[in-house]
Write a protein that binds this ligand. Structure first.
Ligand SMILES: Nc1ncnc2c1ncn2[C@@H]1O[C@H](COP(=O)(O)OP(=O)(O)OP(=O)(O)O)[C@@H](O)[C@H]1O
Length: 381
């Protein structure tokens, strides 16, 4: 493992200067993919008229449950799948009709897809053979990437003689050596164990930032998406549910689907009782709560809404609170406590990240529940 954990991104090698001028934005316009049904039923709409822009140098992640259309979108950008309709721009050029190898894109796969009969160095050199270059230029570029990715000690080994993490670094080196305009990642870390995965995730992000490569990344792992992305795109049944920075998506989810997909959330139903300049008054069961309005929502009096409350935005106290409840479950995790609390016949999930200071409660305890009102979100669906 020592070779694997040596940093991918040591001091600048000068390579990044050559690279950065090649980056460019990706624009998807009304992109759609419909697959014919295999069993004579309705066709499958895998991607449903999506619009998406990935700015130059940004890393955007497609995140969503299995079957939501992430991989199909990525494959259309790569040119492996032909869209039913819509446009794909790389820079200012619509590349929809271009073959994959003419798009100036490189892809990193979950399976690494290295050539087993070629050494690490030959694998990296391989992509350059398709370019019009002298041997000297090819070796110059390959050597720079070997240095950048710290693959020198293993450059003469074959893929089966290095670890999974090292193989993925070679796959990444092979992708960046051709200096593509755009880098595509299809669940690149899924085959690695949890610790290495986290390490590689951070290294990959550092490298991507340093080289400024416009990147589109597919994962179903929300932690990975939050950690590496400039923007996260949440997909659901072929649609884009929401896109934004990780913080926007977490703090301002646009729907219950997003609030539940990124992190956990409690949902309580309520009715808008009054609208004030800076807040909504919402009736929840027999209580009334004043929720500060962050300015993005427009509800009318009488509207039914869902109050989305993150588990860490609910505090338990033995003193004053907004509602009374009973602890039905209490689990100690050291750095945090997790509780289930029965309030007005609904169970709320609560996390306390400072239990030593805030005090611990036990199953059966009567508690008062305090909501951190500025972080409560009102959602319509
Ligand atoms: N070649 C195909 N023929 C028919 N249907 C397909 C084909 N490829 C994908 N689909 C369907 O299109 C939908 C989207 O699939 P896609 O692989 O893009 O989802 P995904 O979000 O990447 O899922 P996962 O996380 O499981 O890889 C699914 O319903 C899938 O069954």
């Amino acid at each position: 493992m020592s070779e694997t954990v040596s940093s991918l991104t040591k001091e600048a090698t000068g390579y990044e200067k050559e690279f950065s001028s090649k980056s460019s934005r990706v624009l998807l316009k009304q992109l759609m993919k419909r697959f014919p049904s295999h069993e004579g039923g309705d066709p499958v709409v895998a991607v449903n008229n999506i619009d998406l822009e990935i700015k130059t140098g940004e890393l955007t992640t497609l995140l969503g449950p299995s079957g939501c259309g992430k991989t199909t979108t990525l494959r259309m950008v790569a040119g492996f799948e032909i869209p039913t309709s819509g446009e794909i721009y790389l820079g200012d050029e619509n590349v929809v009709t271009k073959a994959p190898n003419k798009r100036d894109i490189a892809m990193v796969f979950q399976s690494y897809a290295l050539f087993p009969h070629l050494s690490v160095y030959e694998n990296i050199l391989y992509g350059l053979k398709l370019k019009r270059m002298t041997k000297e230029q090819m070796h110059d570029k390959a050597s720079k990437v070997v240095e950048l990715m710290q693959l020198e000690p293993m450059k003469n080994r074959f893929p089966n003689q290095i670890s999974g993490g090292q193989q993925q670094r070679v796959a990444l080196a092979r992708a960046i050596v051709i200096e593509p305009r755009v880098l595509l990642f299809d669940e690149p870390l899924s085959n690695l164990d949890a610790k290495l995965r986290e390490y590689m995730r951070d290294e990959l992000r550092k490298l991507q930032r340093r080289l400024g490569i416009t990147s589109l990344y597919v994962t179903h792992d929300q932690g990975e998406a939050m950690a590496i992305s400039d923007k996260v795109v949440i997909m659901n049944s072929g649609y884009i549910e929401q896109m934004g920075t990780p913080q926007e998506i977490y703090e301002y989810p646009a729907s219950r689907f997003v609030a539940n997909f990124i992190g956990k959330s409690n949902f309580m139903t309520g009715n808008i009782a009054a609208r004030e300049e800076e807040a909504y008054v919402v009736n929840v069961k027999n209580e009334s709560m004043k929720i500060p309005n962050p300015g993005k929502q427009r509800f009318q009096v009488g509207d039914q809404v869902y109050l989305a409350v993150r588990p860490e935005s609910i505090h338990l106290t033995s003193c004053d609170g907004q509602m009374a409840g009973e602890v039905t479950k209490a689990v100690y995790f050291g750095a945090r406590m997790e509780y289930e609390v029965l309030v007005n016949s609904e169970t709320l999930f609560v996390e306390d990240y400072n239990p030593q200071k805030n005090g611990m409660f036990h199953e059966g305890d009567r508690v008062n529940v305090q909501f951190d009102l500025p972080s409560v979100r009102l959602l319509q669906d």
